[in-house]
Design a protein around this ligand. Structure first.
Ligand code: GAR
Length: 209
């Protein structure tokens, strides 16, 4: 008889800088049992991030590492790396984390750190992706979940979802439409990771059925 070995629940930690709606989407999916994981912590660089309240409400420990408290980026990154190690996470989810991670962190957590970006990468990396899309005049926009590598929004792509750009869209309207898709894409990517279904082959990420 075939033996089914239950998956060990993955430990998931989050980095977020602001509103935290993507963070909320993932912790909701954990709470509903959709994602076989445990939210073990939130790290934020912004003491005013609304994500902090969301974490407290969800019973998830918070570490605030206020960028303003550090004399240099290197000192901030050292504290961030220490906090990340403390959580002993299997997966780190960058959910609206608005800083570029240093190479020490990227190297240490390579293959187990994912980011959500509000554009169809490789188009429009970096800041204000939705504004870049409007200004460029594209007809289709969307979001990308990708593994984090040394570049800015360049890592192997896990999931993309698209939305139309409508005639009278401004940045806000487009961002809202994309955000609804982000809230589907990010929990799905986390779920696939936690189910050991992502196979990374160079730049390509295959999803095991
Ligand atoms: C989201 O649209 C996310 O894709 C974007 O910031 C927003 C955060 O919203 N991230 C980036 O632009 C990263 N380069 P949230 O705090 O409500 O999840």
């Amino acid at each position: 008889m075939e033996q089914v070995i239950p998956l060990r629940k993955k430990r998931i930690a989050f980095l977020a800088s602001g509103r935290g709606s993507n963070f909320q989407a993932v912790i909701d999916a954990i709470a509903s049992g959709e994602i076989p994981g445990i939210g073990v912590g939130l790290i934020t660089d912004n003491p005013r991030a609304y994500a902090i309240e969301r974490a407290e409400h969800g019973g998830i420990p918070v570490r605030v590492i206020d960028y303003a408290d550090f004399a240099s980026k290197a000192a901030y990154e050292e504290a961030l790396l220490a906090a990340m190690r403390d959580f002993q996470a299997d997966l780190f989810v960058l959910a609206g984390y608005m800083r570029i991670l240093g190479s020490d962190i990227v190297r240490e957590f390579s293959g187990r750190m994912i980011n959500i970006h509000p554009a169809l990468l490789p188009a429009f990396p970096g800041l204000h992706a939705q504004r870049q899309a409007i200004e460029y005049g594209v007809k289709v926009a969307g979001c990308t979940v990708h593994l984090v590598d040394d570049g800015t929004d360049t890592g192997p792509i896990v999931i993309q979802r698209c939305v139309p750009v409508l005639e009278d869209d401004d940045e806000t309207a487009l961002a809202e439409r994309i955000l609804a898709e982000e809230h589907r894409a990010l929990p799905l990517a986390v779920k696939l990771f936690c189910e050991d279904r992502l196979i990374v082959e160079g730049r390509r990420v295959r999803i095991r059925p």
